[in-house]
Write a protein that binds this ligand. Structure first.
Ligand code: PLP
Length: 383
């Protein structure tokens, strides 16, 4: 069963231990921090919970690698643990990286506040303007880093051009694939070196843990594992169990969310109270045909602006009854936020404006509720 290349089968069966442990159909939780010595001679191979090599880690790593057709994967204590360990595995003092200008707030903070203190510099690129990238490259540039769908502006950079550019300039290409999920896009298939997830979001899907993962070639994942081992960002065994359980319904959840988000995006686009809707699956979206070529679906996230500015946006968020007013995304329940004062609040107003985050931008993470109920709710809140 594990040989199928169908993601619906892989989420359930890939990575599972055969024979099953004492016949248990579900992978048990190994609640043990340390394991009997087995004549290991390498620090990183000693069996210990922080060293990311317990049975729960290993099964999960195999499953996640299979979802994106990677050689190896590594789960971590959060998405930020995956991002920071990955970047620090390949960047040292004096190095430089290129990154798209609109980034998840935590990643933006890591680059601007932490990596800069370690002597690692960066330049922003416009993900849609490949001709402008060459001028930003330096002899010390090592990495190009993008997000498959940017948070919160829902832009899809020119991903095929990023891969080509990385290959012709010997850069490591890294993509945060959280918003797309492996159901809609598998970056390694088009040539990315490493794909990262905040598993907190779609992979777990139930808004009850934080976790991360990185997928890629075994030699890269091994280097990142050694960093994570030293930094101490291991995922706890209970959280491994919950993530493992959540992944089993990933395909069915994301397909439902794809359908609902498209329906809601179309409803909003046709509503007189709406200024604009950002969703890569709308045919009017400038990135639609490029995205359709390499994605299997457009995801459950959308952003929109209402007429009437920030006040109208705040009013709408207060009036909706089904979506919960909370940051984060990818769970079974719809979540609604204004990124201006939540996820991206640590930036200056100028930075937010440069990234395209207006104070009246509303972000909606579409859950598994009935799309008709969500549309009716948005309709009453707009009316
Ligand atoms: C949430 C998120 C992260 C950070 O993940 P955590 O699990 O909260 O550490 C990184 N990238 C994107 C796109 C996210 O949405």
């Amino acid at each position: 069963m594990t040989k199928s290349n169908n993601i619906d089968t892989k989420v359930i069966h890939s990575g599972e231990l055969i024979p099953r442990i004492l016949g248990a159909v579900t992978m048990p939780i190994f609640q043990s921090s340390t394991y009997e010595y087995e004549s290991q001679i390498n620090y990183h191979s000693i069996k210990y919970l922080r060293l990311n090599n317990t049975p729960n880690h290993e099964v999960l790593n195999k499953k996640i690698a299979a979802l994106e057709n990677g050689e190896s994967a590594l789960v971590s204590g959060s998405g930020m643990a995956a991002i920071s360990s990955t970047l620090l595995a390949f960047l040292k003092n004096g190095d430089h990286l290129l990154t798209q200008s609109c980034l998840y707030g935590g990643t933006h903070g890591l680059l601007t506040q932490d990596l800069s203190h370690l002597g690692i510099s960066f330049d922003f690129i416009d993900g849609n303007e490949p001709d402008s990238w060459k001028a930003k490259i330096k002899p010390t540039t090592k990495i190009i880093y993008v997000e498959s769908i940017s948070n919160p502006t829902l832009d899809v950079p020119n991903l095929e051009a990023i891969v080509q550019f990385a290959k012709s300039n010997q850069l490591i290409s890294i993509i945060d694939n959280t918003f797309a999920s492996p159901v809609n896009f598998r970056p390694l298939e088009i040539g990315f070196d490493l794909a990262i997830h905040s598993c907190t979001k779609y992979l777990n899907g139930h808004s009850d843990i934080v976790a991360g993962a990185v997928i890629g070639k075994t030699k890269h994942i091994e280097a990142i594992t050694h960093k994570l081992n030293h930094f101490g960002g291991a995922l706890d065994a209970h959280a491994c169990f919950l993530l493992h359980r959540g992944i089993k319904t990933l395909a069915i959840r994301v397909r439902h969310q794809n359908q609902s988000a498209l329906k809601i995006a179309k409803f909003l686009q046709g509503h007189p109270g709406i200024l604009n809707v950002k969703y890569p699956g709308l045919e009017t979206n400038p990135q639609f045909s490029r995205t359709k070529k390499i994605f299997d679906g457009f995801g459950g996230m959308l952003a929109f602006q209402v007429k009437g500015g920030a006040e109208a946006a705040i009013r709408l968020i207060e009036k909706v009854k089904i979506p919960v007013h909370a940051p984060s995304l990818g769970g079974v329940e719809s979540l609604i936020t204004r990124p201006w004062n939540t996820i991206h609040a640590n930036m200056s107003s100028d930075e937010r404006v440069r990234m395209g985050i207006a104070d009246d931008l509303i972000r909606l993470s579409v859950g598994l509720e009935s799309a008709d109920d969500l549309i009716e709710d948005l309709s009453q809140a707009l009316g």
